[in-house]
Every structure is written in C-alpha cells, then in structure tokens.
Design a protein around this ligand. Structure first.
Ligand code: GRF
Length: 211
C-alpha cells in the first residue's frame, strides 16, 4: 500500500483523476494520506476537503527560514503517515532534504515527452508553446521520479499524443491533459503493485546460484 501525499498548487485535475481511478477500482493499493498546497486558494485543496481528506496549506512564507519550513513540511508528511509523494501541478521546488528523505518515492507528471521540453521555465502553457515552435509532430505526458535535477529523474510511464497542424498551445494542452489523467493513475498503480522494480520502490530479489 502506498500512502500518498499529493502536492499541488492549482486546480487539481490530475488529483481528481487519481481519486476517480481509486473510486472505480482501477487504481488499487493507493491511499491518499493528505493533500498539501503552497496556495491556500488552490482547487486541489477544495477537492480534498470535499472528500474529507486532510488538506494542508503550507508555504515557505509562513516560516522564518528554509530549514524550519522543511522541518514542518516533513513533520506534516510523517504525521499523516505518508510514505510516498505525488506532485500534481506543484509549482514550487521540492526542497533537497525532502527529496533525500523520500528518495525514489516522489513522482511528478510533466506535460511533454521528457527529456524533451523539460527543465527550467518549462511549465504550464510554455511547454506547449515550445513544442509547437519546434514543429514537433508528437507530444505527450511523462510520469517520472523526482530527483535533484528538474524533470530529469527516471521515467516511469510516458504516452504520446499527436500534434495537429491547427493546434494552438491551448488545444494541445487539453489533449495532453487527457493523457495525463490516464497515465498518472496507471503509473501509481504500477508503483503500488511493485511492478516497477529498483530503484523505484523495492530492490529486485536476485537469487545467486551456487556454483
Ligand atoms: C498539469 O498539466 C501537469 O502536467 C503539470 O501541472 C498541471 C497540473 O494540472 N505539472 P492540474 O492541477 O492537475 O489540473
């Protein structure tokens, strides 16, 4: 069972897709431990509240310094029993101490086919603008493990969508979002099942043959 803390800053449609998959029984082995947002007005917090799930607003601005913010952040995750983190539109950098504490147990969804169109400045509509400007024929979405480098961790799942000649950044974003909503629950299911092996959730158990 993965006890997942979902971190987001905005509307929360990926979180809603995860909840829908849990409700439908297509995503098993995942419990939402809490939702945490840096933005008190985020839709993702309202979705959590409407489901009676713990919804926490926590922003670095509420603290005197980064270490005390990170202490409170980690304490909150631990208090709610989270052992896994899913970023769903979280617009803040995940502090290195959180990444180290949850090594290989933090995933993110990105609205492009990484490693292309990732990294600094590649968020939201900018991603789709860049894809169209580059004349790409396909785009898509990627679920990946979060490490210290933006959008560079190992890829868990990726799915393509066609780029149409008449696409605008907005129409492309909408098509990619549909795929995000499919692959995020699927990826969490793979991780919860242990079907993704090392370095994600467990080490492979390789028996040495004696000679
Ligand atoms: C998604 O496009 C996701 O790929 C990106 O942020 C957006 C979040 O949307 N990381 P939502 O809050 O899940 O609707």
């Amino acid at each position: 069972m993965l006890n997942v803390a979902v971190l987001g800053s905005g509307r929360g449609s990926n979180f809603q897709a995860i909840l829908n998959a849990i409700d439908a029984g297509t995503l098993q082995g995942v419990r939402i431990a809490l939702v945490l947002s840096n933005n008190s007005g985020a839709g993702i917090l309202n979705i959590a509240r409407s489901r009676g799930l713990p919804a926490v607003h926590m922003s670095e601005k509420q603290f005197h310094n980064e270490p005390s913010f990170v202490d409170a952040f980690l304490a909150t995750l631990h208090r709610h029993g989270a052992d896994f983190v899913a970023l769903a539109g979280y617009m803040k950098r995940v502090p290195p101490r959180v990444i180290a504490t949850f090594r290989n147990r933090i995933v993110n969804i990105h609205p492009a086919l990484l490693p292309k169109f990732g990294g600094k400045g590649m968020y939201g509509i900018h991603v789709h603008e860049a894809v169209l400007a580059a004349g790409e024929k396909v785009s898509g979405a990627t679920v990946h493990i979060v490490d210290e480098e933006y959008d560079r961790g190992p890829i868990v799942l990726q799915r393509q969508v066609a780029v149409r000649p008449d696409d605008t950044p907005e129409t492309l974003a909408a098509r990619v979002l549909q795929v995000e909503h499919q692959i995020y629950p699927e990826a969490l299911g793979l991780l919860a099942d242990g079907r993704m092996i090392s370095p994600y959730t467990q080490q492979p158990n390789i028996e040495q043959e004696s000679t």
